[in-house]
Design a binder for this molecule. Sequence first.
Ligand code: NAD
Length: 257
Amino acid sequence: MMAGEHGLLRGRVALITGASSGIGAASARVFAREGATVVLAARREDRLRELVEELRATGAEAAYVVTDVSRREDTRRAVDFVLERYGRLDSAFNNAGWGAGRTPLHLMDDATYDSIMDVNARGVWNCLRDEITAMLASGGGTIVNNSSVGGLLATPVAAPYVAAKHAVIGLTKAAAAEYAAQGIRVNAVAPGTTRSEVVADWFAQNPGIEAALHAATPQPRTAEPEEIAEAAAWLLSDRASFVTGATVPVDGGFTMV
Ligand SMILES: NC(=O)c1ccc[n+]([C@@H]2O[C@H](COP(=O)([O-])OP(=O)(O)OC[C@H]3O[C@@H](n4cnc5c(N)ncnc54)[C@H](O)[C@@H]3O)[C@@H](O)[C@H]2O)c1
């Protein structure tokens, strides 16, 4: 069977930001397997090119566009690229983000605050406006934003990240409410700790932290990037047709207790 012949996202054109690694790269693989044409947007061109080649080798349709989501001209160019190449944008996973932490709030500097807000909150803000413009023109679409368990509660010594990820949930609800009647669904996922490269490095540099996180998680383990991608794929698909404005924790129960 060719990639995606019977998939959840069959026939859809999907944009994924932050697709060069971690949850974004896993999402590219899952969405392609589920039948989507995927356009990968991130900053690292070598990684994007490699992943596009990998996906095409499975029979998927894939392309990339180098994008810094904190720059509006870049997000506009990314959506224009999708429209020029494929004629429409059906789905978007606004996943790009990062989180410097481990500094107490009163010692955090302005530059760190600004850079975290720029990628995580302004990045989603930029993407939403360009994606919604395209989706209104074609009669609808589906969007998932990547928040975090830090968007639902306060995780320690990461104040700007917590603020930015709460903002992502606010933007998700605002957009969902405004565009529901026009056929656009907007939801968020809130991953718990997920084994991307940055997190693997963090674990390596901080022995004991992984075990402490497991102890606070009813399913006592770290998520794999594919598990977040699966939730995003479902939310983007027609199987979630009456779900909008929701934030779905994918956290092994971390935010439940
Ligand atoms: N890994 C976790 O434990 C975890 C938990 C909760 C939420 N998240 C969120 O998941 C998302 C993906 O994180 P990840 O863990 O896969 O990390 P990652 O570093 O592997 O992936 C982040 C991606 O975003 C890209 N990116 C960063 N800044 C960008 C910018 N300005 N423009 C375009 N792309 C940019 C990176 O290049 C990378 O491709 C982030 O939004 C992160 O906050 C991760």
